[in-house]
Design a protein around this ligand. Structure first.
Ligand code: GUN
Length: 293
Protein backbone atom coordinates (compact mmCIF):
# COMPACT_ATOMS: atom_id res chain seq x y z
CA UNK A 1 0.00 0.00 0.00
CA UNK A 2 1.46 3.28 -1.09
CA UNK A 3 1.57 6.40 1.09
CA UNK A 4 -0.88 8.90 -0.39
CA UNK A 5 0.88 12.22 -0.95
CA UNK A 6 -1.97 14.55 -0.01
CA UNK A 7 -1.60 17.82 -1.92
CA UNK A 8 -4.86 19.23 -0.60
CA UNK A 9 -3.77 18.85 3.04
CA UNK A 10 -0.25 20.12 2.30
CA UNK A 11 -1.66 23.15 0.45
CA UNK A 12 -3.93 23.94 3.44
CA UNK A 13 -0.97 23.69 5.85
CA UNK A 14 1.09 26.00 3.67
CA UNK A 15 -1.70 28.56 3.39
CA UNK A 16 -1.90 28.64 7.23
CA UNK A 17 1.86 29.27 7.32
CA UNK A 18 1.44 32.20 4.90
CA UNK A 19 -0.77 34.16 7.34
CA UNK A 20 2.09 35.50 9.49
CA UNK A 21 4.18 36.38 6.42
CA UNK A 22 1.29 38.33 4.90
CA UNK A 23 0.75 40.13 8.24
CA UNK A 24 4.44 41.09 8.33
CA UNK A 25 4.18 42.59 4.81
CA UNK A 26 0.99 44.46 5.80
CA UNK A 27 2.76 45.79 8.92
CA UNK A 28 5.15 47.51 6.51
CA UNK A 29 2.18 49.29 4.89
CA UNK A 30 1.76 47.09 1.82
CA UNK A 31 -0.79 44.42 0.84
CA UNK A 32 0.63 41.61 -1.36
CA UNK A 33 -1.09 41.87 -4.74
CA UNK A 34 -1.54 39.58 -7.72
CA UNK A 35 -2.82 40.56 -11.18
CA UNK A 36 -4.13 37.83 -13.46
CA UNK A 37 -4.69 38.55 -17.14
CA UNK A 38 -7.13 36.33 -19.01
CA UNK A 39 -7.39 36.59 -22.78
CA UNK A 40 -10.46 34.96 -24.31
CA UNK A 41 -13.05 32.67 -22.78
CA UNK A 42 -11.44 29.25 -22.48
CA UNK A 43 -13.66 27.55 -19.85
CA UNK A 44 -10.79 25.75 -18.05
CA UNK A 45 -8.77 29.00 -17.91
CA UNK A 46 -11.80 30.84 -16.51
CA UNK A 47 -12.04 28.27 -13.70
CA UNK A 48 -8.29 28.53 -12.91
CA UNK A 49 -8.37 32.34 -12.94
CA UNK A 50 -11.38 32.40 -10.59
CA UNK A 51 -9.57 30.00 -8.23
CA UNK A 52 -6.50 32.26 -8.19
CA UNK A 53 -8.59 35.31 -7.28
CA UNK A 54 -10.42 33.35 -4.57
CA UNK A 55 -7.13 32.11 -3.07
CA UNK A 56 -5.89 35.73 -2.80
CA UNK A 57 -9.14 36.83 -1.21
CA UNK A 58 -9.05 34.03 1.39
CA UNK A 59 -5.50 35.01 2.36
CA UNK A 60 -6.35 38.72 2.60
CA UNK A 61 -4.24 39.59 -0.42
CA UNK A 62 -5.08 42.12 -3.13
CA UNK A 63 -6.07 40.65 -6.50
CA UNK A 64 -7.07 42.02 -9.88
CA UNK A 65 -8.36 40.11 -12.88
CA UNK A 66 -8.05 41.78 -16.26
CA UNK A 67 -10.14 40.18 -18.98
CA UNK A 68 -9.41 40.86 -22.63
CA UNK A 69 -11.27 39.57 -25.71
CA UNK A 70 -9.76 36.60 -27.60
CA UNK A 71 -9.16 38.82 -30.64
CA UNK A 72 -7.53 41.73 -28.81
CA UNK A 73 -4.40 43.19 -30.39
CA UNK A 74 -0.97 42.22 -29.11
CA UNK A 75 -0.40 45.92 -28.33
CA UNK A 76 -3.46 46.03 -26.05
CA UNK A 77 -2.11 43.07 -24.08
CA UNK A 78 1.42 44.50 -23.92
CA UNK A 79 0.02 47.87 -22.72
CA UNK A 80 -1.79 46.07 -19.88
CA UNK A 81 1.44 44.30 -18.88
CA UNK A 82 3.40 47.58 -19.03
CA UNK A 83 0.88 49.23 -16.72
CA UNK A 84 0.99 46.33 -14.25
CA UNK A 85 4.81 46.27 -14.36
CA UNK A 86 4.88 49.73 -12.79
CA UNK A 87 1.79 49.44 -10.55
CA UNK A 88 2.94 49.52 -6.91
CA UNK A 89 -0.13 47.57 -5.76
CA UNK A 90 0.97 44.59 -7.85
CA UNK A 91 3.72 42.16 -6.78
CA UNK A 92 2.86 39.32 -9.16
CA UNK A 93 1.62 39.26 -12.76
CA UNK A 94 0.31 36.14 -14.44
CA UNK A 95 -0.96 35.95 -18.00
CA UNK A 96 -3.03 32.79 -18.25
CA UNK A 97 -1.90 30.35 -20.92
CA UNK A 98 -3.18 29.69 -23.59
CA UNK A 99 -3.09 33.25 -24.97
CA UNK A 100 -5.22 33.16 -28.15
CA UNK A 101 -4.38 36.67 -29.42
CA UNK A 102 -0.64 36.09 -29.96
CA UNK A 103 1.46 33.71 -32.04
CA UNK A 104 4.44 33.84 -29.72
CA UNK A 105 3.52 33.48 -26.05
CA UNK A 106 7.12 33.81 -24.90
CA UNK A 107 7.12 37.44 -26.14
CA UNK A 108 4.28 38.09 -23.69
CA UNK A 109 5.98 36.33 -20.77
CA UNK A 110 9.23 38.17 -21.51
CA UNK A 111 7.42 41.53 -21.28
CA UNK A 112 6.60 40.88 -17.60
CA UNK A 113 8.96 42.55 -15.12
CA UNK A 114 11.13 39.57 -13.94
CA UNK A 115 10.64 40.68 -10.30
CA UNK A 116 6.85 40.25 -10.75
CA UNK A 117 7.04 37.07 -12.87
CA UNK A 118 5.35 34.77 -10.35
CA UNK A 119 4.85 32.12 -13.06
CA UNK A 120 8.61 32.03 -13.74
CA UNK A 121 7.95 31.85 -17.49
CA UNK A 122 10.13 34.87 -18.30
CA UNK A 123 13.41 33.89 -20.03
CA UNK A 124 15.43 35.69 -17.33
CA UNK A 125 13.85 33.67 -14.54
CA UNK A 126 14.03 30.42 -16.54
CA UNK A 127 17.75 31.12 -17.02
CA UNK A 128 18.18 31.81 -13.28
CA UNK A 129 16.38 28.56 -12.50
CA UNK A 130 18.74 26.63 -14.78
CA UNK A 131 21.90 28.15 -13.32
CA UNK A 132 20.56 27.74 -9.81
CA UNK A 133 20.39 31.34 -8.56
CA UNK A 134 16.68 32.08 -8.90
CA UNK A 135 14.15 32.64 -6.14
CA UNK A 136 10.89 32.49 -8.16
CA UNK A 137 10.21 28.97 -9.36
CA UNK A 138 7.40 27.86 -11.67
CA UNK A 139 4.36 26.93 -9.64
CA UNK A 140 3.54 23.36 -10.64
CA UNK A 141 7.19 22.15 -10.67
CA UNK A 142 7.83 23.92 -7.35
CA UNK A 143 4.69 22.23 -5.98
CA UNK A 144 6.11 18.80 -6.94
CA UNK A 145 9.40 19.55 -5.13
CA UNK A 146 7.54 20.91 -2.09
CA UNK A 147 5.55 17.65 -1.83
CA UNK A 148 8.77 15.59 -2.00
CA UNK A 149 10.27 17.78 0.75
CA UNK A 150 7.26 17.79 3.04
CA UNK A 151 6.83 14.01 2.76
CA UNK A 152 10.55 13.70 3.58
CA UNK A 153 11.26 11.66 0.45
CA UNK A 154 15.00 11.08 0.24
CA UNK A 155 15.84 12.35 -3.24
CA UNK A 156 19.62 12.79 -3.08
CA UNK A 157 21.36 10.62 -5.66
CA UNK A 158 18.09 8.99 -6.68
CA UNK A 159 17.13 8.47 -10.30
CA UNK A 160 14.31 10.86 -11.22
CA UNK A 161 12.59 10.26 -14.54
CA UNK A 162 10.38 13.03 -15.95
CA UNK A 163 7.83 12.11 -18.60
CA UNK A 164 7.15 15.19 -20.74
CA UNK A 165 9.20 18.17 -21.89
CA UNK A 166 6.77 21.10 -21.76
CA UNK A 167 8.01 24.55 -20.81
CA UNK A 168 5.39 24.72 -18.03
CA UNK A 169 6.20 21.42 -16.28
CA UNK A 170 8.61 18.92 -17.85
CA UNK A 171 11.65 21.11 -18.48
CA UNK A 172 11.49 23.17 -15.26
CA UNK A 173 10.73 20.19 -12.99
CA UNK A 174 13.68 18.29 -14.49
CA UNK A 175 15.89 21.31 -13.80
CA UNK A 176 14.70 21.56 -10.20
CA UNK A 177 15.16 17.82 -9.62
CA UNK A 178 18.79 18.06 -10.74
CA UNK A 179 19.60 21.16 -8.64
CA UNK A 180 21.57 20.67 -5.44
CA UNK A 181 18.57 21.48 -3.24
CA UNK A 182 16.35 19.68 -0.76
CA UNK A 183 13.82 17.72 -2.82
CA UNK A 184 16.33 17.59 -5.69
CA UNK A 185 19.96 16.48 -6.17
CA UNK A 186 18.74 13.62 -8.37
CA UNK A 187 20.21 11.97 -11.42
CA UNK A 188 17.57 13.16 -13.86
CA UNK A 189 16.33 11.72 -17.14
CA UNK A 190 13.68 13.32 -19.35
CA UNK A 191 11.64 11.20 -21.74
CA UNK A 192 9.23 12.54 -24.35
CA UNK A 193 7.25 11.70 -27.46
CA UNK A 194 10.38 10.92 -29.50
CA UNK A 195 11.86 8.60 -26.85
CA UNK A 196 12.12 4.97 -27.90
CA UNK A 197 10.79 2.46 -25.34
CA UNK A 198 9.65 4.90 -22.65
CA UNK A 199 8.87 2.03 -20.25
CA UNK A 200 12.54 0.99 -20.20
CA UNK A 201 13.25 4.39 -18.59
CA UNK A 202 10.21 4.71 -16.34
CA UNK A 203 11.04 1.27 -14.87
CA UNK A 204 14.38 2.70 -13.68
CA UNK A 205 12.81 5.62 -11.83
CA UNK A 206 13.09 5.95 -8.05
CA UNK A 207 11.07 9.13 -8.50
CA UNK A 208 8.74 9.33 -11.47
CA UNK A 209 7.21 12.69 -12.41
CA UNK A 210 4.62 12.39 -15.13
CA UNK A 211 3.41 15.41 -17.13
CA UNK A 212 2.46 13.80 -20.42
CA UNK A 213 -1.11 15.08 -20.75
CA UNK A 214 -2.39 11.58 -21.57
CA UNK A 215 -5.00 9.93 -19.34
CA UNK A 216 -3.86 6.73 -17.55
CA UNK A 217 -0.73 6.60 -19.73
CA UNK A 218 1.65 5.10 -17.16
CA UNK A 219 0.53 1.65 -15.98
CA UNK A 220 1.72 -0.24 -12.92
CA UNK A 221 3.90 -2.56 -15.03
CA UNK A 222 5.87 0.50 -16.25
CA UNK A 223 7.15 1.44 -12.78
CA UNK A 224 9.48 -0.27 -10.35
CA UNK A 225 8.54 -1.56 -6.91
CA UNK A 226 8.77 1.21 -4.34
CA UNK A 227 8.87 4.12 -6.81
CA UNK A 228 7.59 7.53 -5.72
CA UNK A 229 5.04 8.66 -8.30
CA UNK A 230 4.20 12.34 -8.81
CA UNK A 231 1.33 12.57 -11.26
CA UNK A 232 0.94 16.06 -12.72
CA UNK A 233 -1.78 15.11 -15.21
CA UNK A 234 -5.38 16.28 -14.88
CA UNK A 235 -7.51 14.79 -17.65
CA UNK A 236 -11.26 14.69 -18.16
CA UNK A 237 -12.55 11.29 -19.28
CA UNK A 238 -16.17 10.55 -20.16
CA UNK A 239 -18.10 8.89 -17.32
CA UNK A 240 -21.84 8.44 -17.78
CA UNK A 241 -22.23 7.60 -14.05
CA UNK A 242 -21.29 11.20 -13.11
CA UNK A 243 -23.73 14.08 -13.21
CA UNK A 244 -21.12 16.16 -15.02
CA UNK A 245 -20.61 13.38 -17.60
CA UNK A 246 -16.88 13.16 -16.85
CA UNK A 247 -14.36 12.31 -14.15
CA UNK A 248 -10.81 13.49 -13.59
CA UNK A 249 -7.90 11.09 -13.98
CA UNK A 250 -4.16 11.60 -13.94
CA UNK A 251 -1.50 10.53 -16.43
CA UNK A 252 -0.85 7.44 -14.27
CA UNK A 253 -3.31 4.59 -13.97
CA UNK A 254 -3.91 4.96 -10.24
CA UNK A 255 -5.23 1.46 -9.44
CA UNK A 256 -2.17 -0.34 -10.87
CA UNK A 257 0.51 2.25 -9.96
CA UNK A 258 -0.70 2.53 -6.36
CA UNK A 259 -0.04 -1.21 -5.88
CA UNK A 260 3.64 -0.87 -6.79
CA UNK A 261 4.55 2.63 -5.63
CA UNK A 262 5.84 3.45 -2.13
CA UNK A 263 4.15 6.86 -2.37
CA UNK A 264 1.85 8.43 -4.94
CA UNK A 265 -0.09 11.65 -5.57
CA UNK A 266 -3.80 11.11 -6.28
CA UNK A 267 -5.74 12.97 -8.98
CA UNK A 268 -7.54 15.09 -7.97
CA UNK A 269 -5.99 16.20 -4.67
CA UNK A 270 -2.30 15.69 -5.43
CA UNK A 271 -0.20 18.17 -7.37
CA UNK A 272 -3.25 20.25 -8.46
CA UNK A 273 -3.89 22.10 -5.17
CA UNK A 274 -0.16 22.85 -4.85
CA UNK A 275 0.00 24.95 -8.03
CA UNK A 276 -2.12 27.85 -6.78
CA UNK A 277 -0.49 27.61 -3.34
CA UNK A 278 2.95 28.04 -4.91
CA UNK A 279 1.56 31.01 -6.87
CA UNK A 280 0.51 32.59 -3.55
CA UNK A 281 3.96 31.73 -2.19
CA UNK A 282 5.69 33.47 -5.10
CA UNK A 283 3.46 36.54 -4.77
CA UNK A 284 4.22 36.78 -1.03
CA UNK A 285 7.95 36.34 -1.75
CA UNK A 286 7.82 39.14 -4.30
CA UNK A 287 5.93 41.39 -1.82
CA UNK A 288 8.50 40.61 0.90
CA UNK A 289 11.28 41.73 -1.45
CA UNK A 290 9.37 44.96 -2.19
CA UNK A 291 9.09 45.90 1.51
CA UNK A 292 12.59 44.68 2.39
CA UNK A 293 11.76 41.58 4.43
N1 GUN B 1 -2.17 27.48 -17.89
C1 GUN B 1 -2.04 26.24 -17.37
N2 GUN B 1 -1.13 26.23 -16.36
C2 GUN B 1 -0.67 27.50 -16.25
C3 GUN B 1 0.27 28.13 -15.39
O1 GUN B 1 0.89 27.51 -14.52
N3 GUN B 1 0.45 29.47 -15.60
C4 GUN B 1 -0.20 30.16 -16.55
N4 GUN B 1 0.07 31.46 -16.69
N5 GUN B 1 -1.08 29.61 -17.37
C5 GUN B 1 -1.32 28.28 -17.21
Amino acid sequence: MAIIIDGKKTAEEMRKEFASRISAVKAKGHVPGLAVVLVGEDPASEVYVRMKGKACEELGMHSETIKLPADCSEKTLMDVIDRLNTDDKIDGILVQHPIPCVKDESGVFNRINPAKDVDCFNAINVGRLVIGDGYLFPCTPAGCIELLKRYKIDTKGKHAVVVGRSNIVGKPVANLLMQKIEGGNCTTTVVHTATKDIASFTKQADILVVAAGRPDYIKGDMIKDGAVVIDVGINRVADASKKSGFRLVGDCEYATCEKKASAITPVPGGVGPMTITMLMHNTILSAEKRVGI
